[in-house]
Design a protein around this ligand. Structure first.
Ligand code: NAD
Length: 403
């Protein structure tokens, strides 16, 4: 469905989302006051939607909370192209998170590692005793790993990892509780001193993957090869990879925010994963076949939850999940990965052909029109005038507003 030339009210009606999204305030002050400290108000962002975004044979209305123009339009455009060609395929690994327990003051770190591994079953059982709810849902601690650092600024250290299946939670509180509860046992086993007990945001066991295959006629001739060539720069050059990955996160973060999830966790996980080989690289690959077929793939950590944190307390996060019709954290992670891939494709397509400023400035012109004081129908009129004039400035907007 095309929602472009409608009012926000009409869009909510078309999505049958009036009851879930048409309420104000979006975040009541008493709820906000309970969420963080020293609350003095709330901060709003535009909430857009990408309609009918195709993943694994289903279509999703994807909510995006974002301040940057062109993000929603780009994802919607690539969603539409993908929809005509089978859509995105996506999958996830099990929702396994890591908690780290740092053990210092060891005279024989190798022996400490052995003693921890010998107590593996006991440690797993002790971790699971911390969270009977999670265990009853089929989750819980699955394994223990030991990472040994013979040399560090603080001397040799052993870092035990608890590997925990957190089901539909983001899992930070879940695994932190386990790590803190087990700390005395690690000290007793090793004779060392436990310092940190905290999850790792490098959620490299909790991955989401998405892919898309587009035929040669999906884009203008030459554009497919140009997209693959543009992607190649992100594989060899971290200066480009940083911006390439920022473009991916342009798609993922707005969905993460709209669903009340921890976008700092998703960001740090993505960038740490991009640098896991020791060299920071792009998180997607795009290949152009001889026949012009374009194949794109993305793989990154995706620690998203449907329970816990703000997902349960923020009314709009609940509404966003309802709008999507999502009932598992794994499905949310699949859509997020696919949106990241779509956003990356939109950026590469524009960069590899006309450049991004044309589309970006046309949308940015609306912001400038509002800054110059335009309201209602004047916003579009002034924005169009700005785009036509080629001078997207507040001065020009004021001139057009007065005309
Ligand atoms: P949580 O503790 O509120 O919820 C998780 C708990 O909910 C589980 O332990 C389980 O007992 C229960 N639960 C009920 N139904 C469940 C289901 N279907 N699947 C899984 N668990 C279910 O939240 P959390 O996800 O452990 O923690 C998320 C919060 O932690 C976020 O707000 C995040 O910002 C914050 N946090 C993040 C970091 C970090 O990323 N470094 C560090 C600390 C805290």
């Amino acid at each position: 469905m095309s929602l472009r030339h409608h009012s926000p009210q009409d869009r909510r009606t078309a999505l049958q989302a009036d009851d879930i999204l048409g309420f104000t305030p979006a975040l009541p002050e008493p709820v906000a006051d309970g969420m963080i400290e020293n609350v003095i108000g709330t901060f709003e962002l535009p909430l857009g939607v990408v309609p009918d975004f195709p993943v694994n044979g289903k279509t999703y209305n994807v909510p995006m909370a974002v301040e940057e123009p062109s993000v929603v339009a780009a994802a919607a455009h690539m969603g539409k192209i993908a929809r005509a060609h089978g859509g995105f395929r996506a999958e996830t690994t099990d929702p396994l998170m890591r908690a780290q327990v740092q053990i210092l003051g060891l005279t024989a770190p190798g022996a400490a590692r052995d003693v921890i591994m010998a107590a593996r079953e006991e440690l797993i059982a002790a971790a699971n005793a911390c969270d009977p709810v999670l265990v009853s849902l089929g989750g819980g601690c699955r394994d223990v790993e030991v990472h040994l650092f013979q040399v560090s600024p603080a001397g040799p250290m052993v870092v035990a990892h608890l590997i925990v299946d957190v089901r539909d939670a983001m899992g930070a509180n879940t695994v932190n509780t386990m790590a803190e509860r087990l700390a005395p046992r690690f000290e007793a086993l090793t004779g060392g001193t436990v310092r940190l007990r905290i999850l790792s945001n490098l959620a490299d066991l909790r991955l989401a993957r998405a892919s898309v295959i587009l035929p040669g006629d999906a884009f203008d001739p030459g554009v497919t090869r140009a997209i693959a060539e543009a992607c190649a720069l992100a594989i060899v050059d971290p200066y480009r990879a940083a911006t390439h990955n920022k473009g991916i996160m342009n798609g993922i973060d707005p969905l993460v925010i709209a669903t009340g999830n921890d976008w700092r966790a998703i960001e740090s996980g993505a960038h740490a994963y991009a640098a896991r080989s020791g060299r920071y690289v792009g998180l997607t690959t795009w290949e152009a076949g001889e026949d012009g077929v374009l194949t794109g793939q993305i793989e990154l950590p995706m620690a998203l939850g449907l329970v816990g944190g703000a997902t349960g307390t923020h009314p709009q996060a609940q509404a966003a999940l309802k709008l999507m019709g999502i009932s598992s954290a794994a499905d949310l992670a699949k859509v997020a990965a696919a949106v990241g891939l779509a956003q990356n494709l939109a950026a590469l397509r524009a960069l590899a052909s006309e450049g991004i400023q044309k589309g970006h400035m046309a949308l940015h012109a609306r912001n400038i029109a509002i800054l110059a004081g335009a309201h209602g129908a004047d916003v579009d009129r002034v924005a169009k005038g700005l785009a036509l004039s080629g001078a997207v400035t507040v001065e020009k907007a004021k001139e057009l507003l007065g005309a």
